[in-house]
Design a protein around this ligand. Structure first.
Ligand SMILES: NC(=O)c1ccc[n+]([C@@H]2O[C@H](COP(=O)([O-])OP(=O)(O)OC[C@H]3O[C@@H](n4cnc5c(N)ncnc54)[C@H](O)[C@@H]3O)[C@@H](O)[C@H]2O)c1
Length: 281
């Protein structure tokens, strides 16, 4: 049951692929909270059919777009404003992809063509969304833009590969553009750094099962799931967070501030018994 938190607001949601996607959960919750929005994803993703079902259920126009194409993004903003009848109040950027991860290229053996694609799709597309929105003056005053990030932007996580570099850039873009968009138009821009979550993109990360368990043991509140991430993002789209901008906001059950937890240590000690001896006196 919604609280009308987003009643009257118009949005654009990038990145809903299937019912595991974080963007999918955000779309469902935004609809419940009274928002109207368009959905956009690559042509291939739109043709896969699942997003069509979501768009029908949420009464949301589906607009195919490659988020690395400025022309496609201009079309997304144009068609969204037409369909929704005015400027956009909130934008969700929920996009990530690494061909190096997909093709099993290690960080010390990156394909640089793939790296360029990773950065373009997963980070520079965020700048493109913001720049297109800014130039078209398509985002309302006190509008809110959120992109999803991961703590590998700050600290090294085995297996996250070149996506770590993309997330660092993504968070930097939120700060750099957040300053300009805030100063000129009172638009806020933040990134939400989410717990590991079992989605299509998430399951591509090497050792995802172990990572989920580790993060869960380390986090005093446990991992945040996609539904909880949706609730958090809605608060950032709502009028209750109008002065929050240029932040990377951890939504991770406390993981980011824990060095070692009792639960993780218990599991680690079992592992030590199994290995047989400790190298540390
Ligand atoms: N799953 C996790 O563990 C986790 C944790 C923290 C942050 N995130 C971030 O959350 C966001 C959403 O990922 P998800 O986990 O929901 O997975 P997902 O696979 O459901 O979503 C990724 C989306 O990116 C879209 N995409 C890829 N290339 C694109 C392009 N060129 N143009 C437009 N869209 C494109 C895909 O079609 C897909 O919808 C990503 O930024 C991801 O890095 C995920």
């Amino acid at each position: 049951m919604g609280l009308d938190l987003l009643k009257g607001k118009r949005g654009i949601i990038f990145g809903a692929l299937n019912d595991k996607s974080i963007a999918w959960k955000i779309a469902e919750r935004a609809y419940e909270e009274g928002a109207r929005f368009t959905l956009t994803n690559t042509l291939v993703a739109c043709r896969m059919g699942e997003v069509v079902e979501l768009s029908e259920r949420c009464e949301a126009k589906l607009i195919p777009a490659d988020a690395t194409s400025v022309a496609d993004l201009e079309n997304v903003f144009r068609e969204s404003m037409e369909a929704l009848g005015g400027k956009i109040d909130f934008v969700l950027h929920s996009i990530g992809m690494s061909l190096n991860v997909r093709k099993g290229r290690k960080y010390e053996d990156l394909d640089y063509g793939f790296l360029n694609k990773t950065l373009d799709i997963s980070a520079i597309s965020f700048h493109k969304v913001l720049q297109v929105g800014y130039k078209m003056d398509a985002i309302s005053e006190w509008g809110s833009v959120v992109a999803l990030s991961y703590i590998a932007a700050q600290r090294t996580f085995y297996g996250y590969n070149d996506m770590a570099d993309a997330k660092s850039l993504l968070e930097s873009i939120a700060r750099s553009f957040g300053y300009i968009y805030g100063r000129e138009r009172n638009v806020r821009i933040n990134t939400v750094s989410q717990s590991p979550t079992m989605t299509t993109a998430g399951s591509g990360v090497k050792g995802m099962g172990g990572l989920l368990d580790f993060a869960n043991r380390m986090s005093p509140l446990g991992n945040a799931n996609a539904d909880e991430c949706a609730d958090y993002c809605l608060t950032l789209f709502s009028d209750f967070t109008r002065k929050v901008t240029m932040q990377n906001l951890f939504h991770d059950g406390g993981f980011s501030n824990v060095g070692i937890s009792e639960h993780a240590m218990e599991q680690y000690n079992i592992g030590l018994e199994f290995v047989g001896e400790s190298a540390v006196e």
